[in-house]
Design a protein around this ligand. Structure first.
Ligand SMILES: Nc1ncnc2c1ncn2[C@@H]1O[C@H](COP(=O)(O)OP(=O)(O)OP(=O)(O)O)[C@@H](O)[C@H]1O
Length: 189
């Protein structure tokens, strides 16, 4: 099966400096790749390049349909959560919203407007958005930030199931993320 993400010899210039160069990686179906490194090394920038949101200085990027969960909630604050997630699901032509709500323990909040979610609930909602998208490749930026123990377990189960179904995950995280074995990529100065 072909890779979900391939980067070859990628370089990134941001904030007036070279963050990294000569970076190559791949994520195959079922795989997880964990990007580590100190603050400011370019982990989030790497995910944005993979998502096509940031132009690399050099190199080539080939990425299947992907969904990025970063700091941005990217959900309409005025809509009930179920409908806000539905906009993302519709974009990909999939119907994964009930599964996403259930997986992140958000089913009881389906009709609550996004703006009323607590900080932790909103963090779970940004991950539910990724699941709802039905995308084969997930790009997760610090997915465990601000999550309680039960939510971390839910994220682990969600990642395991996604990988078992042939999905791939590229995660940037300071904490070890459960959900299967990870290959690691260290961004260092
Ligand atoms: N929008 C932007 N414009 C200019 N420079 C930026 C922008 N976003 C980030 N940078 C710079 O790019 C560098 C890498 O940032 P990035 O967020 O990719 O690092 P990171 O490894 O994810 O950091 P952290 O672990 O703190 O989240 C930093 O020096 C940062 O100041």
């Amino acid at each position: 099966m072909s890779d979900l993400l391939t980067m070859v010899d990628v370089a990134c210039w941001r904030g007036g400096r070279l963050l990294f160069e000569g970076l190559s990686l791949r994520v195959a179906p079922g795989e997880g790749l964990w990007v580590r490194g100190p603050n400011g090394m370019g982990k989030s920038s790497l995910l944005r390049i993979a998502a096509g949101l940031l132009q690399p200085l050099g190199g080539t990027v080939s990425c299947s349909a992907c969904a990025l969960a970063d700091e941005a909630l990217a959900l309409d604050r005025e809509l009930p959560l179920r409908r806000a997630l539905g906009l993302w699901a519709a974009l990909d032509g999939s119907r994964h919203v009930p599964a996403a709500l259930g997986a992140l323990g958000l089913a009881a909040l389906a009709e609550v407007p996004v703006r009323l979610l607590s900080t932790g609930q909103a963090r779970r909602a940004r991950l539910a958005r990724v699941l709802a998208s039905g995308s084969p490749l997930w790009l997760l930026d610090e997915p465990l930030n601000g999550l309680d123990e039960a939510s971390v377990a839910a994220v682990a189960a969600m990642i395991s199931a996604h990988r078992a179904a042939g999905g791939g995950v590229l995660v940037a995280s300071h904490l070890e993320v459960p959900g299967g074995a990870w290959r690691t990529l260290e961004l260092a100065a």
